[in-house]
Design a protein around this ligand. Structure first.
Ligand code: HEC
Ligand code: HEC
Length: 320
């Protein structure tokens, strides 16, 4: 064999071996465990705490939009069939299923500790200490509100429902190994939040409870990282009938969606609910927000720096 050919063959072999080792490594180590600190949060049987939890789960926290089993329809019709999980999220790197979060001990959270539930909400770490694919954005939720949420979950009727295991393809395993990490391990979440109508409480609702920021900010489709100014809209979501782009919620005089609303008009908009039948915005959940929380959100958006960012909220698919 000629020398250069032999050398390229050697390089190719070495490369193949390296790739094979890497794939084997990923196959066996894609789901590492993490240490997340204890939160000290414990559930309560106090009826006022449970009622607060119900409000958060059904309303601003919109947990049932993902953890109820009735598929895509629950967003639009608002049928609430219980938090028994099983909704499939098809992603380029695999299919995820939302878990059953009713207190059934075999198939739900019945046998899980309060600490496991609290750490999932606060740090995006699952009961088995592995990191969660970041669908949930409650890392800044107060101790008081996490207590309320898990107290409400514990008070529910158990529903027996076996949910399929999440399936990750090779890309998914690589992402899970190298990209997905616990969230907020170094940040300090508030113990309690004063529930007034200040922009500060609005910011809390928008960023740590309602995930307004996750949809109303432009993000990289692959990594989920924010690439636009916060709350300035521009994130695209496809539906069967067309493409939605989130409106700009900053008070820009030309391109802000709510700049010219009064607080009363803003509240009325939420009471009225969805205009587009397939909108991904969880209007059904947000319809149950109380006036106090809607005012806080409104004053928060009004207090922001205006950002010019024109967006077209819906473009219908054209027949080809
Ligand atoms: C946008 C969809 C979505 C919303 C909203 C949502 N979840 Fe989840 N949740 C998921 C998915 C998907 C998983 C599984 C993630 C994974 O396996 O990596 C999950 C996992 C969990 C887990 C972890 C279970 C475990 O294995 O330890 C708990 C607990 C949970 N959710 C509770 C809640 C609560 C409480 C709320 C509301 C405050 C909520 N979720 C809102 C989609 C959602
Ligand atoms: C899952 C994604 C998603 C989340 C979460 C979300 N939105 Fe939206 N929102 C949208 C989309 C898409 C639209 C445009 C379609 C429509 O109007 O339904 C929209 C529209 C709106 C509008 C309508 C503006 C107008 O002029 O009619 C307001 C106001 C709004 N969102 C505020 C909020 C607030 C406040 C929150 C958090 C409490 C929030 N959104 C959370 C996706 C989302």
């Amino acid at each position: 064999m000629k020398k250069p050919l032999k050398r390229s063959l050697q390089i190719l072999l070495a490369l193949t071996a390296a790739i094979a080792c890497f794939l084997l490594y990923v196959q066996f180590n894609y789901n590492p465990e993490y240490d997340a600190p204890a939160t000290g949060i414990r559930h309560s049987k106090d009826s006022a705490v449970i009622a607060r939890g119900q409000y958060l789960v059904m309303g601003p926290g919109h947990c049932w939009n993902c953890h109820a089993a009735d598929g895509e329809t629950n967003l639009q019709t608002g049928t609430v069939t219980g938090l028994s999980g099983g909704l499939a999220f098809k992603l380029p790197f695999g299919t995820l299923y939302s878990p059953n979060i009713t207190p059934d001990s075999a198939t739900g959270i019945g046998a899980r500790s309060d600490e496991m539930l609290a750490r999932a909400i606060r740090f995006s770490v699952k009961h088995d200490n592995t990191a969660m694919i970041p669908f949930m954005t409650y890392n800044g939720m107060s101790d008081e509100d996490i207590t309320a949420v898990i107290s409400y979950l514990r008070s529910l009727e158990p529903i027996k429902n076996v949910v399929e295991e999440t399936e990750l393809n090779l890309l998914g395993k690589i992402v899970k190994r190298f990209v997905i990490k616990p969230v907020g391990l170094d940040s300090i979440a508030p113990h309690v939040m004063e529930r007034d109508t200040t922009p500060e409480y609005g910011r809390y609702l928008a960023a740590s409870v309602g995930n307004c920021v996750g949809c109303h900010t432009n993000r990289d489709k692959n990594t989920g990282e924010f690439v636009g100014e916060k709350f300035a809209g521009g994130y695209q979501m496809r539906a069967k009938s067309g493409t939605f782009t989130t409106p700009n919620l900053t008070p820009d005089p030309e391109t802000g969606a709510i700049t010219h609303y009064s607080v009363g008009q803003f509240i009325a908009k939420f009471r009225a609910g969805a205009v587009y039948p397939e909108t991904p915005m969880p209007w059904k959940s947000f319809q149950t927000l109380n006036d106090n929380d809607l005012k806080a959100l409104f004053y928060y958006f009004k207090s922001m720096k205006p950002v010019k960012n024109p967006t077209v909220r819906f473009v219908a698919k054209t027949e080809k």
